[in-house]
Design a protein. Structure first.
Lengths: 151, 183
């Protein structure tokens, strides 16, 4: 008995060609794996200084303490207040930060400090942190800035 | 039931089957248009041998989602290194040789109203590029080299961005000892 058209259709395999999709997904994964670089959690989001032809270099992440200086009121760019925090911690007073630096310096004499300050802050706000760093006799102080875009 | 009785009944069944087959052969022999078809041996249903890619695709999509969410296409950041005086607080150490002093002053209310000047230099740099050039010229002069200290005297109101730019210009001019001092 001849088969009807409906029966024939039922027997046809309906599939989804996944090969191009998998190709694209692997391509994207390769791209992201090569492009991605993971930043340390201690770097909170800040509008860092952008030197014209930056000489900033990458710094290895050991033996270092990052002090973040952010604007107390980012909505008002003219405001001069600053908030200070060590890494991703909550904002603290400079006295507390000084005590923490002293403890860190006692534990590790090779300690380096990285000052990450918002570019809109006045020099006076950053100078206070420098004073704290110097008072704790920490010799190496690094200023965070954006690096030259890679070509 | 005895064994002989069992074999007899089996024999009977075989005979009946043979009779039936004989009849079929006879009918085939009578009708020449009926083709002879040997009985096909029933084969086992074919097993599909495949590669199960579902977990691989799951993992791939998971990785892709992770990278898309975790990546940010921001300009990467670095540091401009500096060394603090070995003893005491900032600017308490007397400099052994006369330094190059760069003054950064706020000259207005706006965030970009500032001026840069090198102490003793006849001209004021109009840009950080020019500042780098002037510092390089100073370094070429007799009595100056890359170890000559550069002291940045900055107004407290100047934006941090400009101060870092001045510092960066000194680093670009290949000066190694750069420091801040009180105005």
């Amino acid at each position: 008995m001849p088969r009807t058209i409906t029966q024939k259709r039922r027997q046809e395999r309906v599939g989804f060609i996944m090969t191009p999709m998998i190709d694209m997904v692997f391509l994207l994964i390769t791209f992201f794996t090569l492009v991605c670089n993971f930043e340390a959690a201690e770097k909170i989001h800040l509008d860092l200084p952008k030197p014209d032809v930056s000489e900033a270099k990458r710094l290895e992440e050991k033996n270092r303490v990052v002090i973040n200086c952010e604007m107390a009121d980012p909505g008002r760019p003219t405001s001069t207040g600053a908030l200070y925090r060590i890494g991703p911690n909550l904002p603290e007073s400079l006295d507390v930060i000084s005590a923490r630096l002293a403890a860190a310096k006692a534990a590790n004499p090779q300690l380096k400090v990285v000052i990450r300050a918002d570019r809109r802050l006045p020099f006076s706000a950053v100078r206070e942190v420098m004073r704290v760093v110097a008072d704790n006799r920490i010799e190496i102080m690094n200023l965070a800035a954006l690096m030259r875009p890679e070509r | 039931m005895s064994r002989s009785a069992l074999s007899a009944s089996a024999l009977g069944a075989e005979l009946a089957a043979l009779r039936g087959a004989g009849a079929a052969v006879r009918s085939a022999a009578i009708d020449p248009f009926v083709p002879f078809r040997p009985r096909r041996k029933r084969s086992k249903p074919a097993r599909e041998v495949g590669f199960n890619i579902t977990p691989m695709i799951d993992m791939t999509f998971l990785l892709l989602t992770f990278y898309i969410l975790a990546s940010s296409f921001e300009q990467s950041e670095g540091v401009l290194a500096s060394r603090m005086p070995r003893s005491g607080a900032v600017a308490s150490v007397a400099l052994p040789i006369s330094p190059v002093v760069v003054r950064v002053q706020q000259v207005g209310v706006g965030p970009n109203d500032f001026s840069v000047a090198i102490e003793g230099a006849p001209q004021r740099p109009a840009s950080f590029e020019e500042l780098t050039g002037l510092l390089r010229q100073i370094q070429q002069k007799p009595g100056f080299d890359s170890e000559t200290p550069v002291v940045i005297q900055a107004d407290q109101r100047v934006r941090w961005d400009h101060i870092v730019n001045v510092w960066n210009s000194a680093v670009r001019a290949r000066f190694r000892n750069i420091a801040f001092s009180e105005e």
